[in-house]
Every structure is written in C-alpha cells, then in structure tokens.
Design a binder for this molecule. Structure first.
Ligand code: HEC
Length: 205
C-alpha cells in the first residue's frame, strides 16, 4: 500500500468507527423486540388501582430506585438516576418504543424474578410487592411519563383513560348495540341468523 492508501484506509476505518458508535449509542440495546409473555403466576398481576396517577407513590418509587430507601436496592446504580443507563446492557427506560411493548405484568415479573444470565437480578426478596409496583410506577416516567397500561386493550394510554373506556364500550354507549343484542332472541328472526351471538361479538370488538 502507498502512503496515500494508508491514509485513506485509516480515514475509512475511523469513519466506520464513528458510524458504529453513533448507531451503537441509539440502538445500544440491540433491535427492539417484544419481551416474552410473563409466566402464569405473573400474568394477572397489575398496578394497584390509582397508582399510575399517584404522585406520592411515584415519589416513593423514586426513593427505592435511587437507593435512598434501602442502599442494598439501588436500581440507579445500573439504570442511571435520570434513566440513562450507567452499566452496559442495563435496560434504558427512556426508550419508549421498546418500553411500550412491556405490559405492567411483564415489567413486574422482570423486577420480581430478574433476567437470567444478566446483571438484572431478582428483587422479590428485597422488595415487597407494593415496593415493586412503586418502583415500576417511577421507572415508567422515563419513557412513558403520564401513561398507564390498559389491561383491557393491552396498550399504554394516557393516565386516567384506561378503566373508564372499556366499561363504557361494553355498556350501552355504542349506538345501543347491547340493547339490540338483548332484543334479538325475542324476535322471530333470532333463530334463523343467530343475530344475538353476532351482535355480542360486534360489541366485543
Ligand atoms: C447490577 C445492575 C442492575 C441493577 C442494580 C438493576 N438492574 Fe435492572 N437490568 C439490568 C440489566 C443488565 C438489564 C437488561 C437485562 C436483559 O438483557 O434483558 C436490566 C433490565 C431491567 C428491566 C427490563 C427487563 C427486560 O425484560 O427487558 C427492568 C424492568 C429492570 N431492569 C428493573 C430494575 C429495577 C426496578 C431495579 C432495582 C430494584 C433494577 N432493575 C436494578 C441491570 C440492573
């Protein structure tokens, strides 16, 4: 190689390095993939009612997260006080695109049982169930601030809009669909077309 070629090669290598480090920063955790389903014993665990919106709960969660409540439990020592990970590989809770794929049950399961073969250990012996929910209520503020997990629709929605919406939808709100469904069996048309079940299905979606 000539000297010029060496210079060019060195330039290319440093440029490639810069690109890798830039993308490496953004996608530091690898591609965004949905987490696995929680095991059955965690599938029905959900944030206690009202806690998503409870500033006092969130503040208590912060005290746990930063190790102020118990120095043996210091999530921030890896995940970072401000949510910017300080230990390689620690989950970045600011990444909403990834974290919105986590149900409250999955999140709670991971805090409870940890992630095998990683630095993320199980916290269930150090944190009560309530404390695990509190710390999660705080953690979600890094990327999903003001959001709550809607168990019925299985997605994150603005705080205060879960709970109420499905109840209204299942009732009489959508153009009296429920009323129609009820009336159908009494009408002569019901046995023919199975109107009632169809109406039932419709109101479910
Ligand atoms: C010793 C470092 C360390 C500490 C301390 C730590 N974590 Fe983690 N945490 C990790 C790592 C590393 C991962 C990524 C695991 C993986 O690759 O799935 C992780 C992942 C997570 C996840 C996401 C799990 C998943 O499936 O992606 C949650 C939620 C979490 N941590 C919460 C906590 C909470 C809450 C605390 C404090 C009670 C805590 N972590 C303390 C290192 C740590």
């Amino acid at each position: 190689m000539t000297r010029m070629k060496w210079v060019k090669a060195a330039l290319l290598i440093s440029m490639a390095g810069a690109i890798v480090s830039v993308t490496g920063c953004e996608a530091g955790e690898g591609p965004i993939v949905a987490p696995p389903d929680p095991p059955p014993e965690y599938a029905d665990k959900h944030m206690p009612a009202g806690w998503w919106a409870d500033e006092k709960i969130i503040e208590e969660g912060k005290q746990i997260f930063i190790g102020a409540k118990n120095i043996d439990v210091n999530c921030a020592s890896c995940h970072g006080k401000d949510g910017k990970p300080v230990k390689a590989g620690a989950r970045d809770f600011r990444n909403a695109e990834r974290m919105k794929l986590y149900s409250d049950a999955v999140w709670f399961w991971r805090i409870s049982e940890g992630v095998k073969d990683t630095k993320m250990k199980a916290w269930k012996t150090k944190l009560t169930e309530e404390d695990r929910w509190k710390v999660m209520a705080f953690e979600r503020t890094f990327g999903l601030k003001g959001m709550e997990y809607n168990v019925a629709t299985k997605n994150w929605v603005p705080v205060g809009t879960a709970g109420a919406a499905p109840a209204a939808g299942a009732g009489t709100a959508p153009g009296g669909a429920a009323t129609k469904g009820k009336a159908a069996p009494a009408s002569p048309a019901a046995p023919k077309g199975g109107v009632a079940p169809a109406a039932g299905k419709k109101s479910g979606t």
